[in-house]
Design a protein around this ligand. Structure first.
Ligand SMILES: NC(=O)c1ccc[n+]([C@@H]2O[C@H](COP(=O)([O-])OP(=O)(O)OC[C@H]3O[C@@H](n4cnc5c(N)ncnc54)[C@H](OP(=O)(O)O)[C@@H]3O)[C@@H](O)[C@H]2O)c1
Length: 243
């Protein structure tokens, strides 16, 4: 990107994408039923990623299926508590259930909605409006950076991963591949979304590392090609993947 274009581009946080998949690239069981694909070693690795992030982001589909707490389990890391991380839910119309764990007030929480949402959330939840019909993720990332969040960990699910990865809105993408096959017709893949046009050749990635982790392995990818629509804050190299 030319220097003057870089100077004009809005700044987003550093975005790390992480998920766990079966060897055939599914991130849950049939119909989206939660699959515990991470091994104990991978659970620790993910907690390390959360601890290194300022915010942890998921789509409302993941909240509806998994009801995650999105908190850092410091006990798994063997480290003293270092405060909660901000939780971010991408939820165009406000479908997050009132009893969802992400709304329990135990950590700063942001729900990103579109202009279509008329939902009122509890006072401790911050709402960001970004986008008309669905949440505009590029705009949301810029807003999150404006909130002081410098590193965002995107954990899923399939639609959010598909959108973030295909749009090149990330700096590092790690997948833990579990030694299992899920198969079937409705188990969600790593990246889901609308079909691309006939000339589409996919989003290129650069393989940066391949590490065995217990019985599975972790693939680390970096973006490749000029497809990032906004620049990240600073030019620091991607951080090391915690062991
Ligand atoms: N293995 C793993 O690492 C892992 C991690 C997390 C989740 N999962 C699995 O992933 C599955 C959930 O994935 P999912 O695809 O159903 O849901 P999702 O990706 O978590 O959320 C998708 C929803 O986000 C909302 N959204 C708003 N703006 C969007 C945008 N710009 N782009 C994309 N989505 C946008 C849409 O709902 P609205 O239109 O209503 O806003 C959309 O339906 C579950 O089965 C869960 O178990 C696996």
């Amino acid at each position: 990107m030319p220097t003057n274009a870089r100077a004009r581009a809005p700044v987003r946080p550093e975005v790390w994408v992480n998920c766990a998949a079966s060897a055939d690239g599914r991130i849950a069981y049939a119909g989206g039923r939660r699959a515990l694909l991470s091994s104990p070693e991978d659970l620790r690795r993910v907690q390390g990623l959360r601890a290194e992030s300022d915010a942890i982001l998921v789509g409302v589909g993941t909240v509806l299926k998994d009801d995650p707490s999105l908190r850092v389990h410091w006990d798994l890391l063997g480290r003293p508590e270092d405060g909660p991380r901000t939780r971010v839910v991408v939820d165009s119309t406000g479908r997050t259930p009132p009893a969802a764990r992400v709304l329990d007030g135990s950590a700063p929480t942001i729900v990103a909605v579109s202009e279509r949402s008329a939902r009122a959330f509890p006072a401790h939840v911050r709402t960001i409006v970004a986008g008309r019909e669905t949440v505009d993720l590029a705009a949301l990332f810029v807003r999150l950076r404006g909130e002081g969040l410098r590193r965002v960990l995107v954990e899923g699910g399939a639609e959010i991963l598909g959108r973030v990865l295909r749009a090149g809105l990330f700096d590092r993408f790690t997948i833990y591949y579990a030694p299992s096959i899920i198969g079937g017709a409705t188990a969600p893949p790593v990246a889901r979304g609308p079909d691309a046009g006939p000339r589409d050749r996919g989003t290129p990635l650069r393989l940066a590392a391949l590490d065995r982790l217990g019985e599975g392995y972790v693939a680390t990818y970096l973006p490749s090609g000029p497809d990032a629509s906004v620049i990240r804050d600073g030019d620091s190299p991607p951080a090391e993947v915690p062991p």
